[in-house]
Design a protein around this ligand. Structure first.
Ligand code: FRU
Length: 487
Protein backbone atom coordinates (compact mmCIF):
# COMPACT_ATOMS: atom_id res chain seq x y z
CA UNK A 1 0.00 0.00 0.00
CA UNK A 2 1.22 3.50 -0.84
CA UNK A 3 2.77 5.44 2.05
CA UNK A 4 1.87 9.13 2.10
CA UNK A 5 4.01 11.82 3.69
CA UNK A 6 2.30 14.54 5.71
CA UNK A 7 3.26 17.06 3.00
CA UNK A 8 1.55 14.95 0.34
CA UNK A 9 -1.60 14.45 2.40
CA UNK A 10 -1.97 18.10 3.36
CA UNK A 11 -1.01 19.62 0.01
CA UNK A 12 -3.32 22.48 -0.94
CA UNK A 13 -5.15 22.10 -4.25
CA UNK A 14 -4.33 25.28 -6.17
CA UNK A 15 -5.62 24.43 -9.60
CA UNK A 16 -8.07 21.73 -10.75
CA UNK A 17 -5.62 20.86 -13.53
CA UNK A 18 -3.45 19.23 -10.85
CA UNK A 19 -6.02 16.41 -10.57
CA UNK A 20 -7.62 16.32 -14.02
CA UNK A 21 -5.47 13.46 -15.23
CA UNK A 22 -6.20 11.48 -12.08
CA UNK A 23 -9.91 12.00 -12.66
CA UNK A 24 -9.64 10.89 -16.28
CA UNK A 25 -7.88 7.75 -15.14
CA UNK A 26 -10.29 6.78 -12.36
CA UNK A 27 -13.51 7.32 -14.32
CA UNK A 28 -12.41 4.33 -16.39
CA UNK A 29 -12.39 2.11 -13.32
CA UNK A 30 -14.76 -0.81 -13.40
CA UNK A 31 -15.73 0.03 -9.82
CA UNK A 32 -17.04 3.55 -10.47
CA UNK A 33 -20.57 3.79 -9.14
CA UNK A 34 -23.49 4.77 -11.37
CA UNK A 35 -26.20 5.91 -8.95
CA UNK A 36 -24.26 6.64 -5.76
CA UNK A 37 -22.48 9.87 -4.90
CA UNK A 38 -18.71 9.41 -5.17
CA UNK A 39 -15.67 11.73 -5.24
CA UNK A 40 -14.24 13.06 -8.55
CA UNK A 41 -10.81 11.90 -7.33
CA UNK A 42 -9.37 10.96 -3.96
CA UNK A 43 -11.29 10.12 -0.83
CA UNK A 44 -14.83 10.77 0.26
CA UNK A 45 -15.84 10.33 3.88
CA UNK A 46 -18.72 11.83 5.92
CA UNK A 47 -21.84 13.37 4.37
CA UNK A 48 -22.07 17.00 5.53
CA UNK A 49 -24.60 19.83 5.53
CA UNK A 50 -27.49 17.79 4.11
CA UNK A 51 -30.28 20.38 3.82
CA UNK A 52 -33.34 21.14 1.73
CA UNK A 53 -33.82 24.72 0.64
CA UNK A 54 -36.10 26.24 -1.93
CA UNK A 55 -36.80 23.05 -3.86
CA UNK A 56 -33.24 21.74 -3.82
CA UNK A 57 -31.50 19.13 -1.69
CA UNK A 58 -27.95 20.22 -0.98
CA UNK A 59 -25.54 17.57 0.12
CA UNK A 60 -21.83 18.02 0.77
CA UNK A 61 -19.15 15.55 1.70
CA UNK A 62 -15.69 15.39 3.19
CA UNK A 63 -13.25 15.30 0.31
CA UNK A 64 -9.48 14.84 0.09
CA UNK A 65 -8.45 15.34 -3.58
CA UNK A 66 -5.13 13.54 -3.76
CA UNK A 67 -5.85 9.87 -3.24
CA UNK A 68 -7.43 7.32 -0.92
CA UNK A 69 -6.00 8.97 2.15
CA UNK A 70 -7.25 11.16 4.99
CA UNK A 71 -5.44 14.46 4.50
CA UNK A 72 -6.55 18.00 3.80
CA UNK A 73 -10.36 17.99 3.73
CA UNK A 74 -12.69 20.16 1.63
CA UNK A 75 -16.49 20.28 1.50
CA UNK A 76 -17.54 19.10 -1.96
CA UNK A 77 -21.09 20.11 -2.99
CA UNK A 78 -23.73 18.06 -4.83
CA UNK A 79 -27.38 18.95 -5.51
CA UNK A 80 -30.61 17.21 -6.42
CA UNK A 81 -34.27 18.10 -6.84
CA UNK A 82 -35.52 14.57 -6.22
CA UNK A 83 -32.86 12.84 -4.10
CA UNK A 84 -32.27 10.45 -7.02
CA UNK A 85 -30.53 12.45 -9.78
CA UNK A 86 -27.50 14.28 -8.40
CA UNK A 87 -25.17 16.70 -10.08
CA UNK A 88 -21.72 17.89 -9.07
CA UNK A 89 -21.52 21.54 -8.09
CA UNK A 90 -17.86 21.69 -7.04
CA UNK A 91 -15.92 22.54 -3.91
CA UNK A 92 -17.89 24.77 -1.58
CA UNK A 93 -15.52 25.30 1.35
CA UNK A 94 -11.75 25.37 1.05
CA UNK A 95 -9.19 25.34 3.86
CA UNK A 96 -7.84 28.80 3.01
CA UNK A 97 -7.69 30.51 6.41
CA UNK A 98 -5.54 30.11 9.49
CA UNK A 99 -8.58 28.96 11.53
CA UNK A 100 -9.11 25.95 9.20
CA UNK A 101 -5.60 25.55 7.74
CA UNK A 102 -5.58 21.75 8.10
CA UNK A 103 -9.08 20.91 6.99
CA UNK A 104 -12.74 21.76 6.69
CA UNK A 105 -14.14 19.07 8.97
CA UNK A 106 -17.70 17.79 9.21
CA UNK A 107 -20.76 19.84 10.00
CA UNK A 108 -24.31 20.74 9.07
CA UNK A 109 -26.52 23.40 7.49
CA UNK A 110 -29.69 25.44 8.03
CA UNK A 111 -31.31 27.99 5.73
CA UNK A 112 -31.36 31.50 7.20
CA UNK A 113 -33.05 34.67 5.95
CA UNK A 114 -30.61 35.42 3.15
CA UNK A 115 -28.55 32.26 2.69
CA UNK A 116 -27.97 28.68 3.74
CA UNK A 117 -25.71 28.77 6.79
CA UNK A 118 -23.07 26.04 6.78
CA UNK A 119 -21.45 25.17 10.11
CA UNK A 120 -18.20 23.21 10.12
CA UNK A 121 -15.19 22.46 12.27
CA UNK A 122 -12.14 24.41 11.17
CA UNK A 123 -9.29 22.05 11.92
CA UNK A 124 -6.35 24.27 12.77
CA UNK A 125 -2.90 22.89 13.53
CA UNK A 126 0.14 24.87 14.60
CA UNK A 127 3.77 24.16 13.67
CA UNK A 128 4.02 21.54 16.42
CA UNK A 129 0.91 19.89 14.94
CA UNK A 130 -1.15 20.87 18.00
CA UNK A 131 -4.82 20.95 17.05
CA UNK A 132 -7.41 23.67 17.71
CA UNK A 133 -11.00 22.92 16.69
CA UNK A 134 -12.81 26.09 15.63
CA UNK A 135 -16.51 26.38 14.88
CA UNK A 136 -16.78 28.27 11.62
CA UNK A 137 -19.55 29.40 9.31
CA UNK A 138 -20.06 29.94 5.60
CA UNK A 139 -23.09 31.57 4.01
CA UNK A 140 -24.17 30.04 0.73
CA UNK A 141 -26.33 32.47 -1.23
CA UNK A 142 -29.01 31.45 -3.70
CA UNK A 143 -26.96 32.70 -6.65
CA UNK A 144 -24.22 30.22 -5.75
CA UNK A 145 -21.84 32.78 -4.20
CA UNK A 146 -20.52 31.87 -0.82
CA UNK A 147 -18.91 33.89 1.93
CA UNK A 148 -16.84 32.53 4.77
CA UNK A 149 -17.00 34.36 8.09
CA UNK A 150 -13.31 35.27 8.41
CA UNK A 151 -13.16 34.40 12.11
CA UNK A 152 -14.58 31.44 14.06
CA UNK A 153 -18.04 31.70 15.63
CA UNK A 154 -16.25 30.35 18.70
CA UNK A 155 -13.13 28.42 19.59
CA UNK A 156 -12.71 25.14 21.42
CA UNK A 157 -14.19 24.52 24.84
CA UNK A 158 -11.26 24.42 27.31
CA UNK A 159 -12.93 21.79 29.51
CA UNK A 160 -12.63 19.07 26.87
CA UNK A 161 -9.69 17.66 24.90
CA UNK A 162 -8.80 18.76 21.38
CA UNK A 163 -11.37 16.25 20.09
CA UNK A 164 -14.50 18.38 19.70
CA UNK A 165 -16.03 18.64 16.27
CA UNK A 166 -18.90 17.99 13.83
CA UNK A 167 -21.44 20.76 14.65
CA UNK A 168 -24.99 19.56 14.01
CA UNK A 169 -27.59 22.29 13.97
CA UNK A 170 -30.97 21.60 15.54
CA UNK A 171 -33.79 24.13 15.41
CA UNK A 172 -36.33 23.87 18.25
CA UNK A 173 -39.54 25.35 16.89
CA UNK A 174 -41.52 25.72 20.13
CA UNK A 175 -38.61 27.40 21.89
CA UNK A 176 -37.58 29.29 18.74
CA UNK A 177 -33.97 28.49 19.57
CA UNK A 178 -31.04 27.05 17.69
CA UNK A 179 -28.83 24.41 19.23
CA UNK A 180 -25.55 22.94 18.03
CA UNK A 181 -24.45 19.50 19.16
CA UNK A 182 -20.77 18.55 19.01
CA UNK A 183 -19.01 15.24 19.37
CA UNK A 184 -16.40 15.59 22.11
CA UNK A 185 -14.03 13.86 24.47
CA UNK A 186 -13.84 14.53 28.21
CA UNK A 187 -10.43 15.14 29.77
CA UNK A 188 -10.55 11.60 31.22
CA UNK A 189 -11.06 10.27 27.67
CA UNK A 190 -14.75 9.47 27.45
CA UNK A 191 -16.92 10.19 24.45
CA UNK A 192 -19.67 12.75 25.01
CA UNK A 193 -21.77 15.48 23.39
CA UNK A 194 -21.57 19.17 24.21
CA UNK A 195 -24.30 21.68 23.38
CA UNK A 196 -24.35 25.36 22.41
CA UNK A 197 -27.41 27.57 22.03
CA UNK A 198 -28.35 30.82 20.30
CA UNK A 199 -31.38 32.86 19.24
CA UNK A 200 -29.82 33.55 15.85
CA UNK A 201 -27.81 31.48 13.43
CA UNK A 202 -24.80 33.68 12.99
CA UNK A 203 -23.87 35.00 16.45
CA UNK A 204 -24.23 34.84 20.25
CA UNK A 205 -23.61 31.14 20.64
CA UNK A 206 -23.33 30.08 24.31
CA UNK A 207 -22.15 26.81 25.77
CA UNK A 208 -25.07 25.41 27.80
CA UNK A 209 -23.68 22.08 28.96
CA UNK A 210 -22.86 18.46 28.29
CA UNK A 211 -25.64 16.12 27.25
CA UNK A 212 -26.51 13.57 29.93
CA UNK A 213 -27.05 10.13 28.47
CA UNK A 214 -27.67 7.96 31.55
CA UNK A 215 -25.75 4.67 31.45
CA UNK A 216 -23.52 5.79 28.55
CA UNK A 217 -20.89 7.71 30.49
CA UNK A 218 -18.26 5.13 29.56
CA UNK A 219 -18.95 4.11 25.97
CA UNK A 220 -15.93 4.65 23.74
CA UNK A 221 -13.39 7.45 24.00
CA UNK A 222 -14.87 9.84 21.41
CA UNK A 223 -18.33 10.31 19.91
CA UNK A 224 -18.21 11.60 16.36
CA UNK A 225 -21.03 13.11 14.30
CA UNK A 226 -23.79 13.28 16.93
CA UNK A 227 -27.33 14.43 16.12
CA UNK A 228 -30.79 14.52 17.60
CA UNK A 229 -33.65 13.88 15.19
CA UNK A 230 -37.33 14.11 15.98
CA UNK A 231 -39.07 11.21 14.22
CA UNK A 232 -42.76 10.46 14.79
CA UNK A 233 -43.30 11.00 18.52
CA UNK A 234 -39.76 10.02 19.39
CA UNK A 235 -36.36 11.58 19.62
CA UNK A 236 -33.44 9.68 18.19
CA UNK A 237 -29.89 10.32 19.33
CA UNK A 238 -27.43 9.39 16.59
CA UNK A 239 -23.79 8.95 17.52
CA UNK A 240 -20.58 7.29 16.36
CA UNK A 241 -18.72 5.96 19.39
CA UNK A 242 -15.06 5.14 18.71
CA UNK A 243 -12.43 2.77 20.04
CA UNK A 244 -14.94 0.35 21.43
CA UNK A 245 -15.60 -3.31 20.59
CA UNK A 246 -19.24 -4.36 20.39
CA UNK A 247 -20.57 -7.94 20.26
CA UNK A 248 -21.13 -9.26 16.74
CA UNK A 249 -19.20 -6.41 15.10
CA UNK A 250 -15.95 -8.25 14.39
CA UNK A 251 -12.78 -6.28 15.06
CA UNK A 252 -14.23 -2.91 14.15
CA UNK A 253 -13.93 -0.20 16.79
CA UNK A 254 -16.02 2.42 14.94
CA UNK A 255 -19.80 2.28 15.07
CA UNK A 256 -22.69 4.34 13.79
CA UNK A 257 -25.73 3.84 15.99
CA UNK A 258 -28.58 5.36 17.92
CA UNK A 259 -30.62 5.48 21.11
CA UNK A 260 -34.36 6.01 21.13
CA UNK A 261 -35.96 8.24 23.74
CA UNK A 262 -37.05 11.73 24.65
CA UNK A 263 -34.79 14.76 24.75
CA UNK A 264 -35.29 17.02 27.75
CA UNK A 265 -33.95 20.39 26.61
CA UNK A 266 -34.39 21.91 30.12
CA UNK A 267 -32.05 19.49 31.86
CA UNK A 268 -30.09 18.52 28.72
CA UNK A 269 -30.82 14.86 29.37
CA UNK A 270 -31.52 12.25 26.72
CA UNK A 271 -33.92 9.84 28.48
CA UNK A 272 -33.77 6.62 26.53
CA UNK A 273 -34.84 3.00 26.70
CA UNK A 274 -31.38 1.67 27.52
CA UNK A 275 -30.51 0.09 24.19
CA UNK A 276 -27.78 1.27 21.81
CA UNK A 277 -28.72 0.02 18.33
CA UNK A 278 -26.37 -0.30 15.40
CA UNK A 279 -27.77 1.62 12.45
CA UNK A 280 -26.48 -0.72 9.76
CA UNK A 281 -25.57 -4.37 10.17
CA UNK A 282 -23.22 -4.51 7.20
CA UNK A 283 -19.52 -3.75 7.06
CA UNK A 284 -19.20 -0.31 5.49
CA UNK A 285 -21.28 2.42 7.02
CA UNK A 286 -20.32 5.33 9.23
CA UNK A 287 -21.10 8.95 10.12
CA UNK A 288 -24.78 8.81 9.11
CA UNK A 289 -26.39 12.22 8.80
CA UNK A 290 -30.03 13.27 8.42
CA UNK A 291 -31.22 16.10 6.22
CA UNK A 292 -32.21 19.33 7.94
CA UNK A 293 -35.24 21.49 7.11
CA UNK A 294 -37.14 18.98 4.96
CA UNK A 295 -40.24 20.23 3.15
CA UNK A 296 -42.24 17.54 4.98
CA UNK A 297 -41.26 18.01 8.63
CA UNK A 298 -42.61 14.57 9.52
CA UNK A 299 -40.02 12.85 7.37
CA UNK A 300 -36.44 11.96 8.22
CA UNK A 301 -33.97 11.11 5.47
CA UNK A 302 -30.45 10.01 6.10
CA UNK A 303 -27.36 9.03 4.18
CA UNK A 304 -24.01 7.73 5.41
CA UNK A 305 -20.44 7.27 4.34
CA UNK A 306 -20.17 3.80 2.77
CA UNK A 307 -16.82 3.25 4.41
CA UNK A 308 -15.07 3.20 7.75
CA UNK A 309 -12.20 5.05 9.40
CA UNK A 310 -8.88 3.13 9.47
CA UNK A 311 -9.94 0.85 6.62
CA UNK A 312 -8.62 0.32 3.12
CA UNK A 313 -10.39 -0.70 -0.06
CA UNK A 314 -9.35 -2.28 -3.36
CA UNK A 315 -9.76 1.05 -5.21
CA UNK A 316 -7.13 2.67 -2.96
CA UNK A 317 -4.54 1.69 -5.53
CA UNK A 318 -6.56 3.58 -8.18
CA UNK A 319 -6.29 6.68 -5.91
CA UNK A 320 -9.94 6.97 -4.95
CA UNK A 321 -12.26 5.55 -2.31
CA UNK A 322 -15.61 6.03 -0.65
CA UNK A 323 -19.15 6.83 -1.70
CA UNK A 324 -22.39 7.70 0.06
CA UNK A 325 -25.24 5.29 0.73
CA UNK A 326 -28.59 5.74 -0.98
CA UNK A 327 -30.84 8.20 0.84
CA UNK A 328 -33.02 6.29 3.28
CA UNK A 329 -36.24 7.26 4.91
CA UNK A 330 -36.32 6.65 8.65
CA UNK A 331 -39.43 5.65 10.60
CA UNK A 332 -40.00 4.10 13.99
CA UNK A 333 -41.69 0.73 14.35
CA UNK A 334 -41.67 -1.50 17.46
CA UNK A 335 -39.26 0.85 19.23
CA UNK A 336 -36.68 0.54 16.46
CA UNK A 337 -35.63 2.59 13.49
CA UNK A 338 -36.89 1.27 10.17
CA UNK A 339 -34.85 2.31 7.14
CA UNK A 340 -36.25 2.16 3.66
CA UNK A 341 -34.77 3.35 0.40
CA UNK A 342 -36.64 6.55 -0.45
CA UNK A 343 -39.75 5.88 -2.57
CA UNK A 344 -38.44 7.96 -5.50
CA UNK A 345 -35.73 5.35 -6.17
CA UNK A 346 -38.21 3.19 -8.09
CA UNK A 347 -37.76 5.81 -10.87
CA UNK A 348 -34.33 4.31 -11.49
CA UNK A 349 -35.84 1.01 -12.60
CA UNK A 350 -35.19 0.34 -16.25
CA UNK A 351 -35.97 -3.03 -17.75
CA UNK A 352 -37.02 -6.07 -15.84
CA UNK A 353 -34.32 -8.63 -16.56
CA UNK A 354 -34.74 -12.28 -17.37
CA UNK A 355 -32.13 -14.04 -15.26
CA UNK A 356 -32.82 -17.63 -16.23
CA UNK A 357 -29.19 -17.93 -17.41
CA UNK A 358 -27.97 -17.35 -13.82
CA UNK A 359 -25.90 -14.30 -14.85
CA UNK A 360 -25.70 -11.37 -12.45
CA UNK A 361 -26.22 -7.88 -13.83
CA UNK A 362 -23.60 -5.49 -12.42
CA UNK A 363 -26.07 -2.67 -11.71
CA UNK A 364 -29.51 -3.72 -10.58
CA UNK A 365 -32.23 -3.92 -7.97
CA UNK A 366 -33.51 -7.27 -6.70
CA UNK A 367 -36.85 -7.67 -4.99
CA UNK A 368 -37.29 -11.08 -3.41
CA UNK A 369 -40.42 -12.18 -1.55
CA UNK A 370 -39.63 -15.22 0.52
CA UNK A 371 -41.85 -17.92 2.00
CA UNK A 372 -41.01 -19.55 5.36
CA UNK A 373 -38.05 -21.93 5.52
CA UNK A 374 -34.28 -21.74 5.23
CA UNK A 375 -33.04 -19.58 2.40
CA UNK A 376 -29.69 -19.13 0.70
CA UNK A 377 -28.66 -16.51 -1.84
CA UNK A 378 -25.16 -16.32 -3.27
CA UNK A 379 -24.34 -13.40 -5.52
CA UNK A 380 -21.22 -12.83 -7.64
CA UNK A 381 -20.27 -16.51 -7.70
CA UNK A 382 -17.93 -17.97 -10.30
CA UNK A 383 -19.25 -20.05 -13.23
CA UNK A 384 -18.90 -23.28 -11.20
CA UNK A 385 -21.07 -21.77 -8.46
CA UNK A 386 -18.25 -21.33 -5.97
CA UNK A 387 -17.35 -18.17 -4.05
CA UNK A 388 -19.39 -14.98 -4.03
CA UNK A 389 -21.09 -13.07 -1.25
CA UNK A 390 -23.64 -15.12 0.65
CA UNK A 391 -26.88 -14.24 2.37
CA UNK A 392 -28.02 -17.18 4.49
CA UNK A 393 -31.19 -17.36 6.53
CA UNK A 394 -31.58 -20.03 9.20
CA UNK A 395 -35.29 -20.47 9.90
CA UNK A 396 -34.78 -22.41 13.15
CA UNK A 397 -32.40 -19.90 14.69
CA UNK A 398 -34.35 -17.08 12.94
CA UNK A 399 -31.10 -15.41 11.96
CA UNK A 400 -29.78 -13.86 8.76
CA UNK A 401 -26.03 -13.85 8.01
CA UNK A 402 -24.10 -12.02 5.31
CA UNK A 403 -20.62 -13.31 4.50
CA UNK A 404 -18.31 -11.64 2.00
CA UNK A 405 -15.25 -13.86 2.47
CA UNK A 406 -16.00 -15.82 -0.74
CA UNK A 407 -15.17 -12.93 -3.07
CA UNK A 408 -11.72 -12.93 -4.66
CA UNK A 409 -11.00 -9.34 -3.61
CA UNK A 410 -11.05 -9.48 0.18
CA UNK A 411 -10.40 -6.41 2.29
CA UNK A 412 -10.63 -5.21 5.90
CA UNK A 413 -10.53 -8.83 6.95
CA UNK A 414 -9.63 -7.93 10.52
CA UNK A 415 -12.94 -6.06 10.84
CA UNK A 416 -14.71 -9.39 10.26
CA UNK A 417 -16.15 -10.79 7.03
CA UNK A 418 -19.46 -12.04 8.30
CA UNK A 419 -22.27 -10.23 10.11
CA UNK A 420 -25.62 -11.50 11.31
CA UNK A 421 -28.82 -10.28 12.86
CA UNK A 422 -31.78 -12.11 14.48
CA UNK A 423 -35.16 -11.72 12.75
CA UNK A 424 -37.90 -12.40 15.33
CA UNK A 425 -40.58 -12.67 12.66
CA UNK A 426 -38.59 -14.69 10.14
CA UNK A 427 -37.39 -13.59 6.72
CA UNK A 428 -40.08 -12.44 4.30
CA UNK A 429 -38.41 -9.95 1.98
CA UNK A 430 -35.06 -8.81 0.64
CA UNK A 431 -34.63 -5.71 -1.46
CA UNK A 432 -31.08 -5.42 -2.72
CA UNK A 433 -29.49 -2.48 -4.52
CA UNK A 434 -26.34 -3.35 -6.41
CA UNK A 435 -24.06 -0.77 -7.97
CA UNK A 436 -20.62 -1.32 -9.51
CA UNK A 437 -18.92 -1.69 -6.12
CA UNK A 438 -21.62 -1.77 -3.47
CA UNK A 439 -24.57 -3.71 -2.13
CA UNK A 440 -27.31 -2.41 0.16
CA UNK A 441 -29.54 -5.15 1.49
CA UNK A 442 -32.86 -4.04 3.01
CA UNK A 443 -34.39 -6.88 5.03
CA UNK A 444 -38.14 -7.19 5.75
CA UNK A 445 -39.19 -3.78 4.54
CA UNK A 446 -36.42 -1.88 6.28
CA UNK A 447 -36.32 -3.80 9.55
CA UNK A 448 -32.55 -4.25 9.08
CA UNK A 449 -30.03 -2.98 6.55
CA UNK A 450 -26.68 -4.49 5.59
CA UNK A 451 -24.43 -2.18 3.58
CA UNK A 452 -21.23 -3.44 2.08
CA UNK A 453 -18.69 -2.56 -0.60
CA UNK A 454 -18.02 -5.38 -3.07
CA UNK A 455 -15.40 -5.48 -5.80
CA UNK A 456 -16.22 -8.45 -8.02
CA UNK A 457 -13.90 -9.54 -10.81
CA UNK A 458 -15.40 -9.96 -14.31
CA UNK A 459 -15.54 -13.74 -13.80
CA UNK A 460 -17.52 -13.38 -10.55
CA UNK A 461 -20.80 -12.79 -12.34
CA UNK A 462 -23.30 -15.54 -11.52
CA UNK A 463 -25.75 -16.18 -8.73
CA UNK A 464 -27.28 -19.19 -7.00
CA UNK A 465 -30.54 -19.26 -5.06
CA UNK A 466 -31.95 -21.94 -2.79
CA UNK A 467 -35.18 -20.60 -1.38
CA UNK A 468 -38.93 -20.73 -1.80
CA UNK A 469 -39.32 -17.27 -3.24
CA UNK A 470 -40.47 -14.94 -6.01
CA UNK A 471 -37.77 -12.83 -7.56
CA UNK A 472 -37.74 -9.75 -9.74
CA UNK A 473 -34.66 -7.95 -11.06
CA UNK A 474 -34.49 -4.59 -12.76
CA UNK A 475 -31.48 -2.97 -14.34
CA UNK A 476 -31.10 0.56 -13.00
CA UNK A 477 -30.46 3.80 -14.84
CA UNK A 478 -27.43 5.90 -13.94
CA UNK A 479 -28.40 8.98 -11.92
CA UNK A 480 -25.18 10.50 -10.65
CA UNK A 481 -22.94 12.36 -13.05
CA UNK A 482 -19.25 11.56 -12.98
CA UNK A 483 -18.05 14.84 -14.46
CA UNK A 484 -14.99 16.88 -13.55
CA UNK A 485 -16.25 19.95 -11.76
CA UNK A 486 -13.89 21.22 -9.10
CA UNK A 487 -14.59 24.97 -8.94
C1 FRU B 1 -15.71 11.16 11.02
C2 FRU B 1 -14.70 12.28 11.10
C3 FRU B 1 -15.28 13.51 11.77
C4 FRU B 1 -14.41 14.61 11.23
C5 FRU B 1 -14.19 14.17 9.81
C6 FRU B 1 -12.85 14.53 9.23
O1 FRU B 1 -15.42 10.26 10.01
O2 FRU B 1 -13.53 11.87 11.76
O3 FRU B 1 -15.31 13.45 13.17
O4 FRU B 1 -15.04 15.86 11.30
O5 FRU B 1 -14.33 12.76 9.82
O6 FRU B 1 -12.78 14.15 7.90
Amino acid sequence: MRQWTKEERYRVLKDPEEIRELHERIVKSDYRQTYHIQPPTGLLNDPNGFVWHDGVYNLFYQWCPWGAVHGLKYWYHTCSRDLVNWYNVGVCIKPDCDMDNKGIYSGSAWPGRDAIHLFYTGNHRDEDWKRTSNTCMVKLYDDGRNAKLPWPLFGPNPNYTEHQRDPKLYYHKERNKYYILFGAQTKDKHGCIIIYQSDTLSENWDFIGELKVPGYEDFGDMWECPAIEHIGNHDVLLLCPQHLLLPGRGGTVHHSGYLLGVMDWDTLTFNHDGQFHVLDFGFDSYAAGCANHLPDPNKAICTAWMGLPDASYPTDEEEWSGCLTLPRELRIRDRRLIQQPIAELTELRDEEIDISDGKMPRVCELLINIRPGDASFRLFTKADGSGGISIEYDDVAKRITIDRSGLDKRFNIEQGESRSRPLENGLSQLRIFIDKSSMEIFVNDGDAVFTTRVFPNPWENEFRIKADCDLKIWSLKPSVMDDFIIW
